[in-house]
Design a protein around this ligand. Sequence first.
Ligand code: DX5
Ligand code: ZN
Length: 216
Amino acid sequence: MKKIAPSILSADFSNLAQQIRSVEMAGIDWIHCDIMDGRFVPNITFGPLIVNAVSKITNATIDAHLMIEEPEKYIEAFAKAGADYITIHQEAVIHLHRIIEQIKALGVKAGVSINPGTPVSTLEEILQYVDMILIMSVNPGFGGQKLIESTLDKIEYLDRLREENGYKYLIQIDGGVTAKNIEKVSQKGCDIFVAGSTIFSSGNITASAMELKNLI
Ligand code: DX5
Ligand code: ZN
């Protein structure tokens, strides 16, 4: 299953419903919500309130990417808000296995993300438990950055580990994905492609979303 997950980080929030409709017109059925607390990353975005608003706008799969410290305090609120996937950062938690189980106990799919500077080896003990691994291909905090090429090796490695061990996780990439690099990322074994500025700052949301969808 290969999916485009538009990140509303780059959307026009004064017209959020219309912007989401525009990606839906391209047949997109995932929406990526970038949650930032100004502590784990140097930016502040939004919380469960907006995720709940998105859940009222669309039936798309809501993918909440928590770039926050102490995510364990907020997973219930995001689950209640309508998140279908909750992804936390390996770097932000002490008890990674426990929080994965807590997310799943809420009936939500559990994802774990690592930053460009964090090795995949830090995830090896939990790969059998997670529903998705999110590889950050930029340093988190802002949209519109350039994809860091070396992070693609992590996708290839995770795809191989999945194959060799029969793991079931989806592989997701987030940051700097465009029509120019998405085919290469897909060939590495990626399943879910987060794209923000290349869609919402393109001038034609539906066409740019459709273009990405046709390339994977
Ligand atoms: C970074 C954010 C961005 C966003 C995608 O913290 O997570 O990666 O989703 O942004 P673009 O697609 O504009 O790089
Ligand atoms: Zn994200």
